[in-house]
Write a protein that binds this ligand. Sequence first.
Ligand code: 4AD
Ligand code: MG
Length: 460
Amino acid sequence: TGRVKIKEALAQGKPGQELLLKGWVRSVRSSKGVTFIVLNDGSNLSGIQVVAEPDLPDYEEFSRVGTGSALAISGVLQESPGAGQALEIKAGGFEIVGAADESYPMQKKRHSFEYLRTIAHLRLRSNTFGAVFRLRSALAQEVHRFFAERGFVYVHTPIITANDCEGAGELFRVTTLDPVRPPLVNGCVDYAEDFFGSATGLTVSGQLEGELFAQAFSDIYTFGPTFRAENSNTARHAAEFWMIEPEMAFADLAADADLAEAFMKRLCRFVLDDCAEDMNFFNTQIDQELIARIEAVANAEFARMEYTEAIERLKKAPVTFQFPVEWGLDLQSEHERYLTEQVVGGPVFILNYPKEIKAFYMRQNDDGKTVAAMDLLVPKVGEIIGGSQREERLDVLTAKMEQSGIDPASLWWYLDTRRWGSTPHAGFGLGFERAIMYLTGMENIRDVIPFPRTPRHAEF
Ligand code: 4AD
Ligand code: MG
């Protein structure tokens, strides 16, 4: 018989059934006449308890196996007399596929998340990171299902690009070593600019290319890695993160917020229903109000508040903020948290921001002062989504680019869509890691992405 995943064995197996399981040893407990091993293959949180008695061939060797070892176990499923699990496996034979000795760093004691970041290649074998990355994988698949059901076309936008979509100067430059020409400086030559015919960088957002696709396929989305040379050492910023960016033609800001709300609620419902074991773990180990909060959000109507009102609320707040609150200034994370946690008590869309603090592509409102922007703020994490209705009027957009110091000629292809068959259109970007933080209660972005890239950290 072939190898069976532990999750499947526990869900579908019957007492008396013979199975072959393969995985890694989480713990070993030996006392006279019996050895218990918890074996985990990553398919579930708890793994399975393996019981061995001296009638097992090479029992002595089995009872001394090290935590972290890779094992193959053949045996029979049986009802477990112990608390905590319904089924266990009684070992009939085993093979040590890859041994691990006492120097294995992931011994049973609890390690801090800071320490586990230094062994990001091994932390995957812990309960917490098993739960995080199983949920991350399942959630990514649900994202695709959500958009596929609505007829959105999935677009792969380029990673190497010549445009800085957000205009925040956070583009990582692409360079290369010239393999042919003699070295110019320190043995390095920037050959990449020559190669592409223009300076290029790593994309900060797939939006501009996504807009081109929306002007042909109506409803599209991207889901890919984005990069920002953001030198902020916070728990919410990474230099490499994944973003989901839907874009809809024939849509305004209200439709954009409606889609964002339906999307967030769907992700909440999904983790509660389909990641229940891992969510229960987060609820007991990370944040005891998590499940109640996500359950409430899955059913709630999201609040919507004008930026102008948000500023008034903040000015009236009976707390002192570190950063100033003034119409025209951007909201800082302390303000975002106050609005979601104290004023609204849940997610809130902030709508129609001052045009000076937002990107060039956002549609100007008739008041001449604001643009049709929306941010979705949530308790604890703050901004999770940023979006807008786009400027579809060629003359207004061109003038805005010139004011913002962007050469319209450099985005001629973008402007072409406003020249021929322009439509009102809107979209948003959801930071995938921020979504995972929100849905799991994990407090640091470094702990929801497999190998985080942050200032001074890109070793592996
Ligand atoms: O608000 P942002 O900058 O919006 C855009 O990039 C638009 N082009 C999206 C669009 O309309 N298509 O980024 C969107 C989201 C943020 O709300 C946040 O969740 C996440 O991306 N994000 C980051 N996540 C982790 N690390 C960073 N450095 C992030 N910067 C933004
Ligand atoms: Mg933003």
